[in-house]
Design a protein around this ligand. Structure first.
Ligand code: UDP
Length: 441
């Protein structure tokens, strides 16, 4: 047996790169060598040098078009990965290579099978979404989903089993990623994933038994090893932008549990009207807030609006372009998290016992909101008005309700303890992780 060496291959989005990077760093701590394979585009955006291969798109093309990116990846990356593995095997004869690929990159598992190397699939989202995807044959049989293009045929609320989030089919992960063509492309990819995952020797998942017992029982093939959290430690290098740590000093000046932290992940985009309404909503609250406004949050540069807002609110607000989010959520001054409910943000908030105000946009974020509001009951959903806007009044009312009712914080602390029980040495996530490491070795 040679020295253990893993090729780790994330789906090229921020919320996928980060947890696989965390997993890789954990494996490094156990003496496993990692080669992290990014697409060239992402390679130029992360803060450490990693191995890269092309995604088949031109640098200026829109990678937020997930359908187009997915087709391009399928065309170009399998051949590139195969060449990379062959190159490594020729040059490092003392190493035994193994692949850990994002479960959505089923072709990477096919390459591993062709080259006869060990392989594991990594699922970076909730077990509930995974269970939904693996229930597609049943959804087709029940007449809920069209077999050809994934469109929704029946609109009644749907649940896979008791104690799992009740889902609105219109919000199934593949149906809210773009236009009908995108739905078709993603549905095809997902159906293919359901087949390729059978090639994996291991399937690991960034979640915990305590948080998702029903979903994990429904498809027990995937083993939870989460939450994968870095705490923004030095050396956690999956980030696409440098974090502005000045907000931590600002948080130090704020009273305990007073601050509303507002962040929408790595690629949620606002239109001007909604952005303005959010700014006015935050202003109308008589509370401190920390708001992440990425440089690409809104098409039209919001500099003027933000300058005027800063002049009016002074030290009560802190606006940064990228925050050290995990350190922020761990800060005692944080009172609640206004979030788009990306899975990483959800796990990070829950792991720190922080109550949520939910503002989901697409993909799995709606299921995550249902977990937060209806299953764990640690947050409140923001509702749109009849024009499709979340108004400043709605933001103010729900924020006040959430912060004034101590039950949300209490439940938050209970869930924090549950997640941490899984993560501690004798916990199930930690045990799964140890067994996984043994397998690699
Ligand atoms: N994040 C961060 N700083 C920010 C905003 C986000 O470090 O200012 C991190 C956050 O901690 C999380 C990730 O970016 O780990 C976003 O992943 P998530 O699944 O929540 O959302 P996505 O970006 O995939 O929509």
């Amino acid at each position: 047996m040679g020295n253990p060496h893993v090729l780790a291959i994330p789906y090229p989005y921020q919320g996928h790169v980060l947890p696989l990077m965390e997993l890789s760093l954990k494996l490094v701590d156990h003496g496993v060598k990692i080669t992290f394979v990014n697409t060239e585009f992402i390679h130029n955006h992360v803060l450490i040098n990693l191995v890269s291969i092309p995604d088949g798109m031109e640098p200026w093309e829109d990678r937020n078009d997930i359908g187009k990116l997915t087709e391009s990846i399928l065309r170009v990356m399998p051949g590139e990965l195969e060449q990379l593995v062959k190159y490594i095997n020729q040059n490092d004869v003392n190493e035994s290579t193994c692949i850990i690929a994002d479960e959505s990159l089923g072709w990477a598992l096919e390459v591993a099978e062709r080259l006869k190397i060990k392989r594991a699939a990594f699922w970076p989202a909730s077990a509930a979404v995974r269970a939904l995807i693996f229930s597609i044959p049943k959804l087709i049989q029940d007449g809920v989903v069209d077999n050809n293009d994934g469109t929704i045929l029946r609109n009644e609320m749907y649940t896979l089993t008791e104690n799992m989030p009740v889902m609105n089919p219109k919000q199934f992960a593949w149906t809210c990623l773009g236009d009908s063509n995108t739905t078709k492309i993603m549905f095809k990819l997902i159906k293919h994933t359901n087949i390729t995952v059978k090639l994996a020797d291991w399937i690991i998942c960034n979640t915990s038994y305590e948080l998702e017992p029903a979903a994990l029982c429904l498809f027990p093939d995937s083993l939870p090893i989460g939450p994968l959290l870095s705490g923004n430690r030095l050396g956690s290098s999956g980030y696409f932008w440098p974090a502005d740590a000045s907000c931590l000093a600002w948080l130090d000046q704020q009273p305990a549990q007073s601050v509303i932290y507002v962040a929408f992940g790595s690629f949620t985009i606002f239109d001007e009207k909604q952005f303005q309404e959010l700014a006015l909503g935050l202003e109308s609250l008589n509370r401190p807030f920390l708001w992440v406004v990425r440089s690409d949050t809104i098409d039209k540069k919001p500099d003027m609006l933000l300058e005027q807002l800063k002049a009016r609110i002074g030290q009560r607000g802190c606006i940064v372009s990228w925050a050290p989010q995990q350190a922020v959520l761990n800060h005692p001054a944080i009172g609640c998290f206004l979030s788009h409910c990306g899975w990483n943000s959800t796990m990070e908030g829950v792991s720190n016992g922080v109550p949520f105000l939910c503002w989901p946009y697409f993909g799995d974020q709606f299921i995550n909101q249902t977990y937060i509001c209806d299953v764990w009951k640690v947050g409140l959903a923001l509702d749109k008005d009849e024009t499709g806007i979340i108004t400043r009044g709605e933001i103010k009312n729900k924020a006040e309700k959430l912060l004034n009712d101590k039950i949300f914080k209490q439940r938050g602390l209970i869930h924090q303890e549950m997640v941490m029980t899984d993560a501690q040495e004798s916990g199930s996530s930690n045990k799964n992780m140890s067994n996984f490491i043994q397998w690699i070795k």
